[in-house]
Write a protein that binds this ligand. Structure first.
Ligand code: ADP
Ligand code: MG
Length: 232
């Protein structure tokens, strides 16, 4: 079987467990509980996208301000601001108003930067349509089609709670090409951050849970270790 072309995330260890990366122009949902590393992963995907692969990226932030995201990058020594000045990264903070307007903004911004990567964090905008599930699915499908048409690989984050396992499989996940789960696993007296791939179209994925380390250089996935091996 010939593998579809990949967008390498550049996040250390992640491409190993994704069999090379996210299939190009796919839409992936990253679900995780608070503090599990969703925002860090998104920023790292865009940052390394530019510095390792020369691919511009757009960050649609529905929660944190531009300053907060730039500050987050500084913790890891990433000069996001200078990449923004060079139009290699753009951070767009939008009010939650109208899905179609948001979609137009996304399309304009991608074409302005000739972006190959997009992040929507957190993807709460889709929750607004939860009472109209069919409508929401149609809209996300249309967003996914637009991204495929213009050639952009996207991550949308989804906030879940530790207790409510049922909320793991939200609306986005039915229409997404892939689902990555980040979460804190409780082991005796501590939490361990971990990652698992629930689905990824056209990809032989690792079925294991792997530990995540947050280092001074950013998130790193210990792709050669399994969660429970690591903590024995
Ligand atoms: N330099 C750092 N070293 C270690 N941990 C960090 C560092 N910077 C941030 N963190 C931790 O990373 C975690 C992940 O945060 P974040 O990506 O914002 O999670 P989420 O978006 O899933 O809520 C935070 O809880 C914070 O404690
Ligand atoms: Mg976040």
């Amino acid at each position: 079987m010939v593998l579809p072309p990949r967008t390498k995330t550049g996040v250390p260890g992640l491409d190993d467990i994704l069999n090379g990366g996210i299939p190009k122009n796919n839409l992936v949902v990253v679900s995780g509980d608070p503090g599990s590393g969703k925002t860090g992963l998104c920023l790292e995907f865009l940052y390394y996208g530019v510095v390792k692969y020369n691919e511009p990226g757009v960050y649609i932030s529905l929660e944190e301000s531009e300053e907060e995201i730039i500050g987050f990058g500084e913790l890891f020594g990433w000069d996001v601001k200078s990449l923004m000045e060079k139009n290699l990264i753009s951070i767009v903070t939008v009010e939650l108003y109208d899905f179609d307007k948001l979609k137009n903004t996304i399309e304009d911004e991608i074409s302005r930067l000739k972006a190959k990567r997009l992040v929507i964090d957190p993807g709460v905008v889709f929750r607004l349509y939860f009472d109209r599930e069919l409508d929401a699915r149609k809209r996300i499908l249309s967003l996914g089609r637009m991204l495929k048409r213009i050639g952009c690989t996207a991550i949308i984050t989804n906030e879940i709670s530790l207790e409510k396992a049922s909320s793991l499989f939200g609306l986005e996940e039915y229409v997404a090409d892939g689902v990555i789960l980040l979460y804190h696993t409780k082991l005796e007296d501590r939490f361990i951050r971990s990652i698992g791939i629930l689905k990824m179209r056209g990809t032989k994925i690792s079925e294991k849970l792997h530990p995540i380390r947050i280092t001074k250089d950013g998130l790193k996935i210990l792709s050669k270790q399994e969660l429970f091996e690591e903590v024995k």
